[in-house]
Design a binder for this molecule. Structure first.
Ligand SMILES: Cc1cc2nc3c(=O)[nH]c(=O)nc-3n(C[C@H](O)[C@H](O)[C@H](O)COP(=O)(O)OP(=O)(O)OC[C@H]3O[C@@H](n4cnc5c(N)ncnc54)[C@H](O)[C@@H]3O)c2cc1C
Ligand SMILES: *[C@@H]1O[C@H](CO)[C@@H](O)[C@H](O)[C@H]1NC(C)=O
Ligand SMILES: *[C@@H]1O[C@H](CO)[C@@H](O)[C@H](O)[C@H]1NC(C)=O
Ligand SMILES: *[C@@H]1O[C@H](CO)[C@@H](O)[C@H](O)[C@H]1NC(C)=O
Ligand SMILES: *[C@@H]1O[C@H](CO)[C@@H](O)[C@H](O)[C@H]1NC(C)=O
Ligand SMILES: *[C@@H]1O[C@H](CO)[C@@H](O)[C@H](O)[C@H]1NC(C)=O
Ligand SMILES: *[C@@H]1O[C@H](CO)[C@@H](O)[C@H](O)[C@H]1NC(C)=O
Ligand SMILES: *[C@@H]1O[C@H](CO)[C@@H](O)[C@H](O)[C@H]1NC(C)=O
Ligand SMILES: *[C@@H]1O[C@H](CO)[C@@H](O)[C@H](O)[C@H]1NC(C)=O
Ligand SMILES: *[C@@H]1O[C@H](CO)[C@@H](O)[C@H](O)[C@H]1NC(C)=O
Ligand SMILES: *[C@@H]1O[C@H](CO)[C@@H](O)[C@H](O)[C@H]1NC(C)=O
Length: 536
């Protein structure tokens, strides 16, 4: 009893202690205490000196290293808490040292690969922390004969696609079309792209992995066991270990694919076409993925606004067969040959990031995106078509809010065939499409951010009647710290159930069991942790 209440008191005091220590500047903490660096040096392989991979706030390049992979400008402010140090691992022993030594410090470890986490969880924390940065561990070994590749966590998807295409024009990998996204976060969080209706998620095409576990051991699929291997295919790597690399199964793509974009405003019958899209896109040929983007644009009359529906698609085939398919199944769209672009699968990536498909392919190797913005994202799943009246209400709300964008990504096909327990990602059969809510802005400042974040919450709240319930759904890769918190700001974590069930549904319990087994001390913790009592 006494022990319990003592530990309770310590727990209650812990936030105060952490707060006090966080008030000290990071560099002061470092100069008064070198044990972390000493431990890192001691624990790593001397033939791969770790000192050149350690950046404390005293090193002149600390801030540029930190900023190099901040992909949401919302977290690029002087008020954002800075890490005690950054380890830009150059060798597996540096990763092992970070895990072993990090546990001896009272520091949270943030693992960063590509830095695209929507809420900045790979480089922002509310408690003292350090960053294990994986961007230097980015080798890609493509084995075309076996149709596989080993890809390290720090590689970007653009690099992966480029290296595959270098070896074969008829192979690809189903993952995001955003080339700067990192393998480490993308695949461990599920990973979807425009071939998911044919080939499923990235994690449906992962056959092995290498991780460093909480004891600092280097494990592969065989030595980690099927439970842990299951967890790191969509359960979020950061809760289970450090992913060093995944072995992926390549998929077949035609030498040329067909792309199109067709746009319709409300005045051009967008409501009817969007309504029909809901009953067509999730059921049509698996070679065809038609994304729908909804935004608010100026109407033809001065001062008026309208909603614009952009149908953006990739077809794994030629334009002739695409036109005959759409003439039969979706004539309302009015697709014409002149809307179609035929190009290689590799170049099709450009189309999705608004670049000319004739751009030099080397651009896919550029790790720094051209423009960065401030943004907030949220997600939902739609399981029943929304009525025309429902859509009209959504348009009215969007026009009122102006600056929100909705992405509808059709499911069905392979996504509906894979059992919902196959990997932690649970949103399979029964889902027509996933919704992503966006707000993007270009100015710094808390007030501006609050305004735009509020817009995403407003539209998300408005959509409640139209989306999945009990639990409502969300996609882990669309990280959203609002989950588990009431929109009035009140904390309602309920021991992790809210985000746990929204991201993982019935798979959450298995994730909690695995987490408890492989990391009982909860070293691999983050803002959205797994299970009861994990807050210690
Ligand atoms: C512009 C843009 C486009 C996107 N498009 C898509 C899309 O089409 N499809 C899709 O599925 N998602 C998409 N996303 C979301 C993206 O997949 C996730 O944000 C993903 O987690 C990013 O991976 P990362 O390595 O770049 O990010 P990071 O911020 O480095 O990591 C994200 C999370 O994974 C953890 N993590 C990172 N590396 C490791 C590792 N090696 N071991 C263990 N844990 C690790 C981090 O700690 C963090 O919690 C997009 C994001 C952006 C910003
Ligand atoms: C590092 O190793 C040296 C010599 O082996 C030892 O004296 C020292 O205590 C070690 N430091 C840490 C932080 O482990
Ligand atoms: C950062 O500074 C420390 C202490 O001066 C030094 O040991 C380390 O090598 C420096 N890191 C880099 C990458 O230069
Ligand atoms: C991030 O902030 C730093 C420091 O204020 C600034 O120099 C840098 O330009 C910012 N990065 C971007 C991409 O705006
Ligand atoms: C292909 O995979 C098999 C079995 O995994 C392996 O034995 C073989 O060496 C691989 N082939 C090549 C060319 O690497
Ligand atoms: C693919 O497109 C290129 C360029 O348009 C063309 O030269 C090539 O013949 C096409 N390949 C096939 C298999 O149609
Ligand atoms: C909209 O629908 C009407 C009636 O079906 C049709 O006459 C009209 O041509 C359509 N407009 C567009 C832009 O497709
Ligand atoms: C819109 O306003 C501009 C000037 O403000 C005017 O020249 C133009 O004719 C107007 N267009 C319409 C469609 O009313
Ligand atoms: C839309 O209209 C507003 C005025 O109502 C104008 O300021 C703005 O530039 C217009 N935007 C575009 C993209 O034309
Ligand atoms: C793309 O570039 C080519 C040649 O550089 C040009 O002919 C074509 O019009 C461009 N396409 C688009 C959509 O801008
Ligand atoms: C957004 O802001 C408005 C006005 O401040 C407020 O009334 C509303 O409750 C907020 N919405 C959400 C979902 O937080």
């Amino acid at each position: 009893m006494g022990v319990v209440s003592l530990s309770r008191i310590i727990l209650l005091l812990l936030p105060i202690v952490l707060l006090l220590s966080s008030l000290r500047s990071a560099s002061a903490a470092y100069s008064s205490d070198n044990t972390f660096v000493d431990c890192l040096v001691n624990q790593s392989d001397p033939s791969h000196p770790i000192t050149s991979a350690i950046f404390t706030p005293k090193n002149t390049s600390f801030f540029s290293v930190l900023q190099a992979y901040i992909r949401n400008l919302r977290f690029n402010t002087s008020a954002t808490r800075k890490p005690y140090l950054i380890i830009t691992a150059l060798h597996v022993s540096h990763v092992q040292a970070a895990v072993v030594c990090g546990q001896k410090q009272n520091l949270q470890m943030k693992i960063r690969s590509g830095g695209h986490d929507y809420d900045g969880l790979s480089y922002v924390a509310e408690v003292p922390f350090f960053i294990l940065d994986m961007f230097k561990l980015r080798s890609i070994e493509v084995d075309i004969k076996n149709e596989t590749a080993w890809v390290q966590a720090g590689a970007t998807l653009g690099e992966v696609y480029y290296r595959i295409a270098e070896k074969s024009k008829v192979h690809g990998f189903p993952a995001s079309v955003c080339p700067s996204v990192g393998v480490g976060g993308h695949i461990s969080g599920g990973g979807y792209g425009n071939m998911m209706r044919k080939y499923g998620l990235s994690v449906d095409n992962v056959i092995d992995a290498q991780i460093v576990d909480v004891q600092g051991r280097l494990l592969d699929r065989k030595s980690m066991g099927e439970d842990l291997f299951w967890a790191i295919r969509g359960g979020g790597g950061a809760s289970f270990g450090v992913v060093l690399s995944y072995k992926i199964k390549l998929v077949r793509v035609p030498e040329n694919v067909t792309l199109f974009q067709v746009r319709r405003t409300l005045e051009e019958n967008a409501t009817d076409i969007v309504y029909d899209w809901q009953n067509i896109a999730p059921y049509i040929d698996n070679n065809l993925f038609i994304r729908l983007i909804l935004d608010v644009v100026n109407g033809t009359q001065n001062g008026t606004k309208t909603v614009r529906a952009s149908f953006i698609a990739i077809y794994l085939g030629d334009s002739k067969s695409l036109l005959s398919l759409l003439n039969e199944k979706f004539p309302q769209l009015g697709l014409k040959q002149s809307d179609c672009i035929e190009t290689s699968w590799l170049r099709s990536v450009f189309f999705w990031i608004n670049m000319n498909v004739t751009s030099p392919v080397d651009i896919l190797l550029q790790r720094q995106p051209k423009v960065l913005s401030y943004f907030k994202r949220k997600s939902d799943y739609v399981q029943k078509p929304i009525s025309k009246e429902g859509l009209e209400g959504i348009w009215k709300k969007m026009i009122e809010l102006v600056d929100t964008i909705l992405y509808f990504n059709p499911y069905g096909g392979k996504m509906a065939e894979i059992p919902s327990t196959e990997v932690p990602f649970p949103h399979r059969a029964g889902n027509l499409y996933k919704v992503q809510y966006q707000a993007n802005w270009n100015q710094p400042g808390e007030e501006v951010a609050t305004h735009y974040i509020n817009l995403t919450r407003e539209i998300h709240q408005y959509m409640t009647p139209f989306v999945s319930k009990n639990p409502r759904g969300a996609f882990l890769n669309y990280k959203d710290l609002d989950l588990g918190i009431n929109h009035n700001g009140k904390d309602s974590y309920d021991e992790g159930r809210v985000y746990g069930e929204e991201y993982f549904k019935d798979n959450f319990n298995r994730l909690v069991e695995i987490k408890t087994k492989v990391d009982p001390g909860n070293f691999f913790r983050n803002e959205q942790m797994f299970g009861d009592g994990m807050e210690v």
